[in-house]
Design a protein around this ligand. Structure first.
Ligand SMILES: [Zn+2]
Length: 355
């Protein structure tokens, strides 16, 4: 590679800040692995020697390493994996990783990447007090300017059950379920969950979130997201919010179902943070989505976390947009639980747009 001569590679930073999960995800291998130990340990067929024995290739997310106990007997860290997979030298593999994950190397905490995000949405926080460029000698200036993103999925779940009773219990209509591609997943990593497709701004599928239908049992998370997926880079429903006509201000809610219910009530300019805090990347996306009329309305849950997240988001967005909040008085409610009539009372629906 042309840049190899001049580039400074910080192997230590790559090894500590890019997770094996991200690497496996990028290769489209992650989904084929079986998980155990609360998602920390994974096993499958060895992608290095192309084996078929489904136990030979083992991965530890927390130790950020992998091993083949079959034919090739290889193993090591993320750089070793890419070197073997690409058939290149260790240094060139490090350069490749640096190119693939320019921002991950600069800002992502390893435990965020490796964590199994199974609980209620918590947006991974990013240190805001650091001038990122100075801290990150691994990043070449030209690469640091590149947008960073979640890779698009190389598959789609096409056997989802859209008739699962949970979706109706949640008050969703057949049209809404179809529009959002929701359905119960009978197998794979999301087995037992309602799958919720997440798209990037361009409308490409980047992940499925899982919502357990009902109250989950011991050790089962209410929500499930794929390892390595960085939800702080996305806004749920952003691709629909950007294509619908923008007479109405952009409304920002917390959860998937809040956004879905607003959409069903006829308010399409809505995105969800997938949590109660606004990431820096989400802030940028909101500013971009609001460039036409500059209006944003924050409509987070009226509970402690929501109020805190809303106050912070309001402070930050007010500096760049006409930002308002939706007032629900003292009721501890979330947008999902309001009737269409109640939503019309608090949101500026475009004329004639509600059913
Ligand atoms: Zn092997």
């Amino acid at each position: 590679m042309a840049q190899a001569k001049a580039a400074w590679v910080d192997f230590k930073a790559i090894k500590s800040q890019v997770s094996i999960v991200q690497i496996l995800e990028r290769y489209g291998i992650l989904q084929s692995l079986a998980k155990s130990g609360n998602g920390d340990r994974m096993s499958g067929a060895c992608p290095i020697h192309g084996g078929t024995n489904k136990t030979h290739f083992r991965v530890s997310a927390s130790k950020n390493c992998w091993n083949c106990f079959g034919k090739c007997q290889s193993g090591g860290n993320v750089i070793d994996f890419v070197a073997k997979k690409e058939g290149v030298e260790f240094r060139d593999a490090a350069l490749l990783i640096q190119k693939w994950f320019p921002r991950a190397v600069s800002e992502q905490q390893p435990e965020v990447a490796a964590a199994v995000q199974q609980s209620d949405p918590v947006v991974p926080t990013v240190s805001e007090d650091s001038p990122r460029q100075e801290q990150t000698p691994v990043i070449e200036p030209a690469e640091a300017d590149q947008p960073h993103s979640n890779p698009t999925l190389k598959f789609a779940l096409n056997k989802l059950d859209a008739e699962h009773p949970y979706l109706r219990e949640r008050g969703l209509t057949e049209d809404t379920i179809a529009a959002f591609g929701l359905g119960y997943c009978g197998k794979g990593l999301l087995r037992g969950y309602i799958a919720i497709p997440i798209h990037n701004m361009e409308g490409e599928l980047v992940a499925y979130a899982g919502r357990w239908p009902g109250v989950p049992g011991e050790g089962v998370g209410k929500y499930k997201l794929p390892q390595g997926f960085r939800k702080n880079l996305e806004l749920f429903n952003q691709h629909r919010a950007t294509t619908c006509d923008s007479d109405a201000p952009l409304v920002v809610v917390e959860g998937y179902f809040d956004a879905i219910k607003l959409h069903q009530a006829g308010y399409e300019r809505v995105v969800a943070l997938m949590g109660s805090s606004l990431s820096m990347e989400q802030e940028e996306s909101i500013v971009r989505l609001c460039k036409e009329d500059g209006r944003v309305m924050l409509f987070l849950d009226n509970d402690e976390a929501g109020r805190k997240g809303q106050a912070d988001a309001l402070t930050r967005l007010s500096k760049r947009l006409y930002a308002h909040t939706v007032h629900l008085g003292s009721r501890e409610v979330q947008p999902e639980h309001l009737s269409p009539a109640e939503l019309r009372a608090v949101l500026p629906f475009p004329e004639g747009r509600f059913p």
